[in-house]
Structures are given as structure tokens and as C-alpha cells.
Design a protein around this ligand. Structure first.
Ligand code: GRF
Length: 203
């Protein structure tokens, strides 16, 4: 299975995907940020990469769709992609786009999730991979990973502990989709032939 990744920054999730690639191939990296480390990472791995200026988001989305069509990618992975995709784009690639978000959705969509966990006094934090719909960090959650919040944690320590688990979560989910164990196109989506009633938990 071929997948296209969209990333805006550091690209550590992209790197984890590139190092894993079991049953799937990352065939193209698209970034809206010409300074993104993700572009260099793709380059180092010999993966075709494209910077798209997102000032005109409609044009950028059309160019992204063209790449997706040309590469015959079946999956679109948002891995730290900081632009909100239009309903038109989401519908054009319906049930094909997944996103990784650093919270236990539906808690804390948007930014500063680690600080929000601390402000709310939560004892657990985590990350989610979900199917993308028209809303921000929203759509059916496929799988999650959980970490405990320690008394001496700050936002940075939470982020550092969580990112390692994010890499495992994202590579595991993409692997399961590639093996057709998870079928995003089933409505509602299925895992091993059964409707996915609650998110899978990836350790
Ligand atoms: C990750 O925490 C991801 O969950 C969020 O943005 C961050 C991207 O990190 N959507 P990286 O660019 O993959 O290192």
C-alpha cells in the first residue's frame, strides 16, 4: 500500500513511518513549510518531497490531490500537519485521511494539549489516530496510546514521553491498515471484520 504524508515541522512521526515501512511505502512527502525538517528527512530517505505554498489553500489542496492521484496512494497521513483541510478536500479523499493528535480525543482538540492535561489535573494523557472529517482533530478514533501523568511532569516532559509512544501508535495503525486488518472504507470502519466500537489501544 502506498501512502502520502503531509507534515509541517520536525517530522519525527514521518521518520518513524519511514524506518518502519512494513506492508506500506511512503511514496511522497508534502509540506506547507519550506523550512520543515520533514522535507530534509524525506530527502535523506530518498522519498520524493514537495513544498506547497498554502497561501492559496484551494490551489495547494488541488496540487496535493494531484500528487495523491498520480502516486496512486491509498492512504493520506497527517503527521504534524498544521493546516486545516477543507471539506472539499476531505470529501475528495473520503475515508482515506488519518491524523495523529497528541491527546485522548475527544479531549483537547487543537493546540497546547499537554498543558491542558496539566491544567485539568488529569492523571492520564495520550495520543489518538483518527479518521479525518471536516472538523479540527475530529472524526472516528481508530486507536490510542496512554501514558500516566506524574506529579513532577510539565508540558515538556509529557511531550517527550508521549512522542515515543506516538511513533509506535502511528506505525502500528498504518501497518494494520496496510494489512487490511483495519478497513477505513467500511462504514462504520472495521477491525478484523468487526465494527470498531471503541478505539484500539496500542501499548
Ligand atoms: C505530534 O505531537 C503530533 O501528534 C502532532 O504534531 C506533532 C508532530 O511531531 N499532530 P513531528 O513533526 O511528527 O515530530
Amino acid at each position: 500500500m502506498k501512502a502520502v504524508v503531509l507534515a509541517s515541522g520536525r517530522g519525527s512521526n514521518l521518520e518513524a513511518l519511514l524506518n518502519h515501512q512494513q506492508g506500506y511505502q511512503i511514496c511522497h512527502l508534502i509540506s506547507n513549510n519550506h523550512k520543515a525538517k520533514a522535507l530534509q528527512t524525506a530527502q535523506q530517505h530518498g522519498v520524493v518531497n514537495t513544498y506547497l505554498n498554502w497561501h492559496n489553500s484551494q490551489e495547494a489542496e488541488l496540487a496535493a490531490s494531484q500528487i495523491i492521484t498520480q502516486t496512486q496512494a491509498e492512504l493520506i497521513i497527517l503527521a504534524g500537519f498544521m493546516k486545516i483541510l477543507s471539506a472539499t478536500f476531505v470529501q475528495r479523499h473520503s475515508n482515506q485521511i488519518i491524523n495523529i493528535h497528541p491527546s485522548l480525543l475527544p479531549k483537547y482538540p487543537g493546540l497546547h494539549t499537554h498543558q491542558q492535561v496539566l491544567d485539568q489535573g488529569d492523571t492520564e494523557h495520550g495520543a489518538s489516530v483518527h479518521l479525518v472529517d471536516e472538523l479540527l482533530d475530529h472524526g472516528p478514533v481508530i486507536a490510542q496510546t496512554v501514558i500516566a501523568v506524574n506529579q513532577d511532569d510539565d508540558a515538556q516532559s509529557l511531550a517527550e514521553r508521549l512522542i515515543c509512544k506516538e511513533h509506535k501508535l502511528l506505525t502500528a495503525v498504518v501497518g494494520l491498515i496496510a494489512q487490511q486488518q483495519i478497513k477505513l472504507s467500511d462504514q462504520p470502519m472495521t477491525y478484523q471484520g468487526q465494527t470498531l466500537l471503541k478505539p484500539l489501544v496500542i501499548e
